[in-house]
Design a protein around this ligand. Structure first.
Ligand code: KG4
Ligand code: ZN
Length: 335
């Protein structure tokens, strides 16, 4: 079965053809990173317009790369929640139009569950129940997953998402946008124990997250408590690398700590992560070490499948379709 997946929930326009929920025939990702860089973050109205301009070309590219024609597609899948409302609507409108023209079913996909499914695209049979975590620019969410389509939310962030914290710290350190990949790279030259930044656990058995205190601590450490002042001294490259590594270590400590706590509280047979921050090299290493200690496998997708992409959407749609879960053309975007 060939499913065309469409993803436009934030700032990547993506379309992909996946065969039987596993085999990626194409996965075109058009990133708007350059467009938003000058603003230091995603501007929703610009994102929406850029999706509109690129969506047809991206879908066309996915069909051509898969070496099929539109007539070969058996179903269309689209992310309808969560995301930026204007951006979601572009993908949904394209998907509905295709379903109508091709007379094929429409399958709606939750963006967060798709991030988790990215693991199934590359690994053999994943054993459930699993503890799954989505760490991205907009979310830090921990789930108990009974199957690729059944997830119970165990906890989430009460303020900033993990990726947002990476982006903001990169801005404070003048490292550029998006911050996650740059901090990951710079931190490799730094000492993760150089600065002791706070770790917020929000209580002994809490599965929620908070990164705003950590963000403020890095800000004060780097610029002093008077925000109007320039940094008190010019930091050397080594000092910046030390701050980046120490910040990253604080985030990773909390993320891995909460995954391990959830795996102790619930009967998990594996742990897995997804979303942009899941490509962080330190997080991947520490999760691997922790899972070895716990005696259960840990999964994380390759980097290209961590950030927003439509292959994870088309893949998960195959499972939903197999469960008879298809939608009418009256579905709406749920931001
Ligand atoms: O999943 P994603 O592409 O978009 C959302 O759904 O939000 O995630 C983007 C986020 C950004 O905040 C970016 O800085 C972060 O993922 N990110 C990383 C890394 N690569 C991307 N964070 C830490 N380390 C990385 N290597
Ligand atoms: Zn995402």
């Amino acid at each position: 079965m060939l499913i065309l997946g469409i993803e436009t929930s934030c700032d990547e326009t993506s379309a992909s053809v996946v065969k039987d929920g596993k085999e990626i025939l194409s996965n075109i990702i058009f990133s708007q990173e350059v467009l938003h860089r000058q603003f230091g973050g995603v501007v929703p109205e610009l994102a929406c317009r850029a999706h509109l301009e690129s969506i047809l070309g991206v879908i066309n590219g996915a069909v051509i790369e898969a070496k099929i024609t539109l007539a070969d597609i058996n179903a269309v899948a689209v992310v309808n929640t969560p995301g930026l409302i204007g951006s979601l609507l572009i993908g949904i409108t394209a998907a509905k139009s295709l379903c109508l023209a091709l007379n094929v079913p429409l399958i709606t996909i939750n963006h967060l569950y798709a991030h988790i499914y990215a693991n199934n695209l590359e690994s053999g049979a994943i054993q459930y129940p699993a503890i799954s975590m989505v760490v991205s620019g907009g979310h830090t969410s921990l789930f108990l997953s009974e199957s690729p389509t059944r997830h119970t939310l165990l906890g989430g962030t009460i303020d900033d998402a993990a990726g947002e914290a990476f982006d903001k710290i990169a801005k404070i350190l003048d490292l550029g946008y998006p911050g996650g990949p740059i901090i990951d790279k710079v931190a490799r030259q730094g000492n993760p124990s150089a600065v002791t930044f706070p770790r917020s656990y929000l209580g002994i058995d809490s599965l929620d997250f908070s990164f705003s205190g950590l963000k403020t601590a890095v800000l004060y450490h780097h610029r002093g408590q008077d925000m109007k002042k320039a940094p008190t001294k010019v930091s050397s490259d080594q000092e910046i690398a030390d701050i980046a590594a120490s910040f990253q270590e604080a985030v990773v400590d909390v993320l891995v700590g909460k995954i391990a706590l959830a795996a102790r509280m619930y009967p998990a047979r594996c742990v897995m992560i997804g979303g942009g921050v899941a490509s962080n090299s330190r997080l991947r290493q520490r999760l691997k070490d922790k899972s070895a200690e716990m005696g259960i496998p840990a999964y994380y997708p390759t980097s290209r499948l961590c950030t927003d992409n439509a292959a994870m959407v088309a893949g998960l749609a195959y499972v939903k379709y197999s469960e008879g879960d298809v939608s009418g053309l009256d579905i709406e975007a749920i931001p």
